[in-house]
Every structure is written in structure tokens, then in C-alpha cells.
Design a binder for this molecule. Structure first.
Ligand code: PMP
Length: 433
């Protein structure tokens, strides 16, 4: 039965006749026991519409309205029984999706849209016997079909549960994405790559993630349009349900916010200091995942650097090799060759990958490896790169200036190429959306 949801040629779940892409064929759909006349309050069947039954008039119930598509008659009663008592979930899913269609129609006719769905709780003993909560499953299918999650809310009006695992343990994953105003309108740079990384981050740390890259890309464009944003920073965050235990969550939500943002670190070149904090060891965390909690390390390093009067920190890995910045990857130039720390102890930056592509295009040789800070100290020039920072030159590390003029460096050449790619080129279009 489950395969019915997966195969191309669908058969009607009720009469088994072939039907194109729908779980029910037209005739079976029409023969469902549609409820027409009903009490406007409790939905008990009545001969005509728009009336309130005697019972509700005598003793008005505590609820305002019950919305019911069908009478409890064949085949709906049989579907419910098979779903509930025989665990035949495709029938439940069918009911959930038909119910969603009915509600969508009712919304267009003026029924107020709900803010959330609350499944009726199931007694513990019954839950143990049955092994699943049919109301919760229905609510999930219904919520998915109604896209209740896909709402736009003002940041100041948004609410979240204070018992979220993300708030307490930093157990969530996020992305930093940029949108640029281009000749072809607003373009989100490498949108797919960022949402793929978001999903990968979630998978790496066992956070369930049911969102498709395409729906998140589409939601991002919609968000930017609604807020009239063109040059903007986009921040998606997948956060966990309330759960105070140290176990993986059952459910997550995703929010995407965006704000206008010009250059992050400015046009000037950076004065760095080697941080007293090292990057977390890859055996302590999943270093290649962009996990909220990892950023305490970045905040500590940045704050320390700023307190010492520098612009930004440079972090080593736990073995003392060059790693990366608190939110950017490192490149340096020596004798016409570019060097960058290899993957393994760093976040695999999407800008880093783009710089590698651009370097190849411009026939610049790049070596990836493990390098000690002494190697950087003898370099000709260096730069950081990241979505927010883009490509930005480094003037000095711990007050030792790089000898090469930034304008003559490979970094400058790649900075220009990057700036062109994100803002102007056709390639932005094909890779971004
Ligand atoms: N390293 C770290 C620690 C970061 O937070 C970031 C920013 N996401 C980067 C590198 C650069 O990654 P990207 O180019 O994908 O923005």
C-alpha cells in the first residue's frame, strides 16, 4: 500500500482503478458522503445550510465552529477505522490531504486561517497499545498540505518556545547567504549551495530536516520581494522543538530572516591577531556543519581580537596549524602561488569554493595543505573570504605587515572577479537560482 505513494501510475485507493496522480479517482471522490446541510456551530447534519441546531441554541458550546467535510458514513468510516485500528497509514494520509483541500476551499470562502493545529492528545495507555497517535499524524499531514509553517511574520511579533533545544544547547543549524542587486533583478548568490549545506549540517548532527532546497530558495525570493530587499543578507535557521533532554529532536522548524547589508568588514584591509582560542577539534564536533553552538568559539575569538585593538581574529586548529577566521576562510600568496588550509579543520566555505573556481579560471595555482603560522608570516599577501566578508585583504597579522601592495596581489584580482561574479555576470544567474 505504501508503494502507492511512490509509483508513477496511481490506482484509486478505494476502487483500485488507475487514476492519474491522485489517490482517489473522480467517481469515488464524487461519491464521498459530502456533508452539505449542517449546524453552523457544531456541524451536526441538518436539512439546510446556515442554521444552528436546537442543542447549540439551548446550550452554546465552548467552541465557535466545527468544520467537517463528510458525514460519518461509508467509505469515510471504513477509512478511519483502517487508519486507526489497522495502522494503514496511507488511508490516514488520504484523509488528511482531502481535509486540507476542503479547508483550503473554506478559507477562500471566508473561514479564518488558523495560526496552528493542535492534535487531540491521546491517553498514554492507548498510545502504548496503538503505537502511534493518529491525531498527531493527521495534524502533521494537514499542516504540511496547508503550509501553516510557511507564514511571513514580523520579527517583533514572532514567537518561539522557550524550551527549544536550540535556545538552551545551541543545537540548531543555520546559513549566511547574500542577495545582490544585478542587471537581472535581485539574485541570491549560490542559493542552492547554501540550502544544500544547511540540510547537510542538519543531517550531520542528527537534526531531522524535511525541507527541499527548492522550496527554501523560493521562500527566500518571496521574503526578499515582500520586504523590498535587493542587496541583503539572508539568515535561515533550523531550530528544534521544545525538549530539555540531550537527545535528537523529533521536529524542527525553519525561519528565514533578511536585512539590508552592504560590505561586512568594510573596504579597508584587516589587521589580524592570532587568537588564543583554537578552532574546535573535529572529533569534538562536526566541524563541517554550520551549527549554532559552534559560534561561541567565533564570538570569543572576535571579542578577544577587538579588545586587543585588532579588526579580526585568526584561529589555528588544535595542532597549531592555520585554520580560518571566526566567519571566513583564509588564503595567502607566496611567489605567485595561492595557499589555503585544507578541509578537515575548517568550515568548507562556499566563497572558498568560488575563489578556487575563479583562481582556476584565471590560471592561478592554488595549493591546499596544513600550514604553520610561520609560513603565513613569510607570505607576500593574504585575504579572508566568506559570504558576508566577500573577499577582503589582510594588511597584517600581529602587526607584521604583508610586503606586497594589495592592489598588485592575487587577492585583489580575485576580489574583483568575485565582485563581478556576484553582481553582474550571467553566471550568477545560472548558479544562483
Ligand atoms: N568559516 C566560518 C567559521 C564561517 O562561519 C564562515 C561563514 N559561513 C566561513 C568560513 C565562510 O563560509 P561561506 O563562504 O560559505 O560563507
Amino acid at each position: 500500500m505504501v508503494y502507492n505513494w511512490l509509483i508513477n501510475i496511481q490506482h484509486c485507493l478505494l476502487c483500485d482503478e488507475p487514476c492519474d496522480g491522485h489517490p482517489l479517482c473522480g467517481p469515488c471522490e464524487a461519491e464521498l458522503p459530502w456533508l452539505d446541510g449542517r449546524c453552523a456551530t457544531c456541524a451536526v447534519p441538518l436539512p439546510t445550510r446556515g442554521l444552528v441546531c436546537g442543542e447549540c441554541q439551548k446550550r452554546p458550546p465552548s467552541y465557535d465552529h466545527v468544520e467537517v467535510p463528510w458525514r460519518f458514513a461509508f467509505p469515510v468510516d471504513a477509512l478511519i477505522a483502517r487508519f486507526k485500528h489497522q495502522a494503514r497509514w496511507p488511508f490516514g494520509r488520504l484523509l488528511g490531504e482531502r481535509l486540507a483541500l476542503h479547508l483550503q476551499h473554506a478559507f477562500t470562502e471566508g473561514l479564518p486561517q488558523p495560526d496552528l493545529l493542535v492534535p487531540v492528545p491521546l491517553a498514554r495507555r492507548r498510545l502504548r497499545q496503538r503505537g502511534f497517535n493518529q491525531a498527531q499524524m493527521l495534524a502533521r499531514w494537514l499542516g504540511g498540505a496547508l503550509k501553516l509553517d510557511g507564514k511571513f511574520v514580523k520579527a517583533s511579533e514572532a514567537t518561539t518556545d522557550l524550551y527549544s533545544q536550540t535556545l538552551h544547547y545551541g543545537y540548531g543549524v543555520f546559513e549566511g547567504i547574500r542577495a545582490y542587486s544585478t542587471e537581472n533583478g535581485t539574485r541570491v548568490f549560490k542559493a542552492k549551495e547554501h540550502y544544500n549545506r544547511l540540510k547537510n549540517s542538519a543531517v550531520l548532527v542528527n537534526i531531522p530536516f524535511d525541507y527541499s532546497t527548492q522550496e527554501l530558495v523560493d521562500a527566500t525570493y518571496e521574503l526578499l520581494e515582500k520586504n523590498n530587499l535587493t542587496d541583503a543578507y539572508v539568515r535561515p535557521l533550523a531550530f528544534c522543538d521544545p525538549n530539555m533532554s540531550l537527545s535528537k529532536p523529533n521536529n524542527v522548524s525553519i525561519m528565514i530572516c533578511a536585512w539590508e547589508w552592504g560590505a561586512y568588514l568594510g573596504d579597508k584591509q584587516l589587521r589580524l591577531t592570532v587568537s588564543s582560542f583554537c578552532r574546535p577539534h573535529p572529533r569534538s564536533i562536526k566541524i563541517e556543519a554550520k551549527v549554532c553552538g559552534h559560534y561561541v568559539n567565533s564570538i570569543l575569538a572576535t571579542s578577544e581580537a577587538k579588545e586587543k585593538g585588532y579588526d579580526e581574529a585568526l584561529l589555528l586548529d588544535s595542532d597549531g596549524y592555520l585554520a580560518e577566521g571566526p566567519g571566513a576562510n583564509l588564503f595567502f600568496e607566496k611567489d605567485g602561488v595561492l595557499f589555503t588550509p585544507q578541509l578537515g579543520n575548517i568550515l568548507p566555505g562556499i566563497t572558498r569554493a568560488t575563489v578556487l573556481e575563479l583562481a582556476e579560471k584565471h590560471s592561478v595555482e592554488v595549493k591546499q595543505g596544513l600550514y604553520k603560522p610561520e609560513v603565513l608570516a613569510s607570505a607576500d599577501s593574504a585575504f579572508y573570504c566568506g559570504t558576508a566578508a566577500e573577499v577582503i585583504g589582510i594588511e597584517s597579522v600581529d602587526d607584521r605587515d604583508f610586503p606586497k601592495n594589495w592592489n598588485d596581489s592575487l587577492g585583489k584580482k580575485l576580489q574583483e572577479a568575485y565582485s563581478q561574479l556576484v553582481r553582474n555576470s550571467e553566471k550568477t544567474l545560472s548558479t544562483a537560482h
